[in-house]
Write a protein that binds this ligand. Structure first.
Ligand code: HEC
Ligand code: HEC
Ligand code: HEC
Ligand code: HEC
Ligand code: HEC
Ligand code: HEC
Ligand code: HEC
Ligand code: HEC
Ligand code: HEC
Length: 385
């Protein structure tokens, strides 16, 4: 069947209409995409623009809480900071401030400022951000303690200097010295105690880099609850990391046997065994910190509290052995392997057994052998005659 010229004309009109529509849409799409590309991207607001207002020292805002929020940013400090050095633009962290006047920023108090603005860190530091999610601070925060540390409590984004070596990733020596101060902002009592301890004094007074700072024992972004059973049971291993390393301990003339001797004594043996059987229960036996202290560890020879002195040690034992009297600590060999000087009695008893038992057993064997010879072999020879 042939189509009428009329219907053919209709088809052509439809075709032109469709093609036209298609072209129109294409042009529109290209145009909108093009115009989006042409709009100033937030990347293009220079730091100088921001600083033209924010370098004024008196720029500030009074918050509903009555606190005065200074909006001054010190350009020279920013320039020396890691983000300035890395040429991170202000707007990369403050996207919403790319327009002026800025959209309204609703906030009640200074703490609220930090809690809103620190969220920007996750854009570039996803690893640290997710690690913090699993920390004691984040859990305290989730439970409603808004004083728990967030990124900006420990790192001021405008002034933070580089912390790690760019090539090795190791923490820089000067950064290490200041770590306890970071924690001191909120854990001041512990900081003061630590500062007086043998570890803390060596760090803060002598720039000693071998001693532990807060984060060697607690971790950094993923700090865990130190009150758990696992933390307690693992304490000896924590201390052993350094105290069994001759490269470190030889410098201070300290014994590297403290862990081994601990594990072989009755407390250590039971803790080690206990840990294997009940990793989820805290041991009731002594771990390193029960005798030496935690944040207040002192030299064992400290004239006032040193536990090389029997009276001082006794106080520690009495916590768990309430009936212990002055000679009780003698029942324990401390970290010593018995020798003629330290614990001579134990040493000579050991030595006695070491000689006596082989001697007795050896004598018995010789006796039995000679007896066997006499009875069987010699008699056998006699019968053959
Ligand atoms: C024309 C002056 C001006 C410029 C340019 C300017 N700011 Fe601001 N900024 C202000 C003022 C004024 C406030 C206080 C606003 C208020 O009181 O609500 C402010 C507040 C802020 C705040 C506090 C939070 C907020 O949004 O109120 C931040 C962060 C900020 N500016 C960052 C920037 C950044 C980043 C730039 C550059 C991209 C910039 N500003 C450019 C004047 C300026
Ligand atoms: C690495 C991200 C980052 C960069 C880069 C950065 N800021 Fe900030 N800025 C923040 C955070 C986070 C806060 C909130 C700090 C707090 O807890 O009070 C802040 C706070 C501010 C404030 C409020 C005042 C204050 O200190 O609390 C102003 C104003 C501001 N920034 C402006 C700037 C300007 C201008 C630049 C560039 C010279 C810049 N910022 C660069 C992250 C950044
Ligand atoms: C736009 C990306 C960006 C944002 C957002 C950002 N940073 Fe950074 N930050 C960097 C870069 C790049 C470095 C350089 C270090 C590196 O090589 O990884 C750096 C370095 C650091 C360092 C030193 C790291 C070291 O190894 O010495 C700290 C600490 C830090 N940032 C904290 C923060 C905090 C806290 C925030 C949120 C307020 C933040 N940063 C937001 C990009 C960013
Ligand atoms: C309780 C304090 C504290 C908090 C909270 C904290 N940091 Fe850190 N951070 C430190 C210390 C101390 C170091 C240096 C030790 C190190 O590098 O191992 C560090 C190191 C870093 C580094 C250097 C690289 C690395 O992982 O060692 C980056 C980047 C960093 N922090 C970013 C962040 C970000 C982003 C947040 C928030 C999600 C955050 N920090 C929260 C204390 C903190
Ligand atoms: C901004 C304040 C702040 C800073 C800075 C801070 N903390 Fe905390 N920290 C808290 C708060 C708040 C808690 C929760 C206290 C609680 O629940 O009793 C907490 C809890 C802890 C706990 C668990 C305590 C417990 O009893 O379970 C440890 C461990 C800890 N912080 C270590 C550190 C270390 C190490 C640093 C430094 C790298 C540090 N904190 C820096 C505020 C801070
Ligand atoms: C030599 C290892 C070591 C160092 C260094 C250390 N801690 Fe601890 N910390 C511990 C141990 C072990 C516990 C668990 C104590 C217990 O059994 O309850 C603890 C407990 C804590 C607690 C929770 C219990 C409490 O007493 O409130 C906080 C908070 C804490 N430490 C913060 C810090 C801070 C801040 C620093 C640095 C100034 C620091 N620690 C240095 C080993 C250490
Ligand atoms: C039951 C108590 C007790 C326990 C548990 C204990 N110690 Fe000791 N520690 C002592 C006494 C007491 C001394 C002092 C010995 C002396 O000089 O007479 C000492 C001495 C030391 C010394 C000094 C060594 C030297 O060369 O002068 C170090 C370091 C030490 N202990 C670390 C540890 C570590 C690490 C642990 C856990 C693995 C631990 N201690 C467990 C009681 C204990
Ligand atoms: C990061 C390494 C490191 C860790 C972890 C560490 N220590 Fe130490 N400790 C040292 C160094 C280094 C010294 C020597 C400091 C000095 O004499 O200036 C020392 C000194 C001591 C002393 C004093 C010994 C004496 O009488 O002179 C005792 C006791 C001690 N540590 C116990 C502990 C206990 C217990 C733990 C675990 C809770 C522990 N240490 C964890 C490095 C460490
Ligand atoms: C944290 C608690 C704790 C501290 C501190 C402690 N002990 Fe013990 N000790 C125990 C427990 C629990 C046992 C039981 C072990 C078992 O039965 O396996 C034990 C067992 C002993 C035994 C074996 C004989 C017995 O009574 O069962 C001696 C000896 C001993 N402790 C000496 C000491 C001395 C000396 C000190 C101080 C330097 C000390 N202890 C500090 C908890 C502690």
């Amino acid at each position: 069947m042939r189509r009428s010229p009329q219907s053919l004309r209709m088809d052509r009109r439809l075709l032109i209409l469709t093609v036209g529509l298609f072209l129109l849409i294409t042009v529109l799409v290209v145009l909108t995409a093009g115009s989006a590309g042409a709009a100033p991207s937030f990347q293009e607001v220079s730091n100088d623009t921001c600083l033209s207002c924010h370098s004024q020292p008196d720029l500030s805002r009074t918050l509903p809480s009555g606190e005065i929020w200074s909006l001054f940013v010190d350009e020279s400090h920013f320039g020396e900071a890691v983000h300035g050095q890395e040429e991170i633009a202000c707007v990369e962290c403050h996207e919403r401030n790319a327009v002026f006047p800025h959209p309204e920023f609703v906030v009640a108090d200074l703490r609220g400022v930090s809690l809103q603005l620190y969220q920007t860190c996750q854009k570039c530091h996803a690893e640290q951000y997710s690690s913090v999610l699993d920390s004691v601070h984040q859990r305290a925060f989730a439970a409603g303690n808004f004083e728990a540390a967030v990124c900006t409590d420990c790192h001021n984004p405008h002034t933070q200097k580089r912390l790690t070596d760019e090539t090795t990733g190791d923490i820089l020596p000067e950064a290490r010295l200041h770590i306890p101060e970071t924690c001191a902002r909120c854990h001041n009592a512990i900081y003061e105690t630590y500062h007086e301890s043998i570890h803390g004094a060596a760090l803060t007074d002598e720039d000693n880099r071998d001693v532990p700072t807060c984060i060697d024992c607690h971790g950094v972004h993923d700090i865990q609850d130190p009150g758990t059973a696992q933390f307690r049971n693992d304490t000896p291993l924590l201390c052993a990391r350094c105290h069994t390393d001759p490269a470190v301990m030889d410098k201070y003339g300290l014994s590297t046997d403290v862990y081994d001797t601990y594990v072989t004594d009755f407390h250590g043996t039971t803790v080690a065994l206990f840990e294997k059987v009940h990793p989820d229960l805290p041991t009731n036996k002594a771990v390193c910190t029960d005798c030496h202290g935690i944040h207040d560890i002192k030299s064992v020879n400290d004239p006032e509290v040193g536990i090389a002195l029997k009276e001082n040690l006794l106080i520690k034992c009495q916590r768990c052995h309430p009936d212990a009297t002055v000679n009780f600590p003698d029942s324990w060999m401390s970290h010593y392997i018995a020798s003629p000087i330290k614990h001579p009695l134990v040493y000579y008893v050991n030595l006695f057994y070491k000689i006596f038992i082989p001697a007795v057993l050896g004598g018995m064997t010789v006796y039995v052998l000679t007896d066997v010879y006499r009875r069987f072999i010699a008699r056998g020879k006699g019968e053959a005659h």
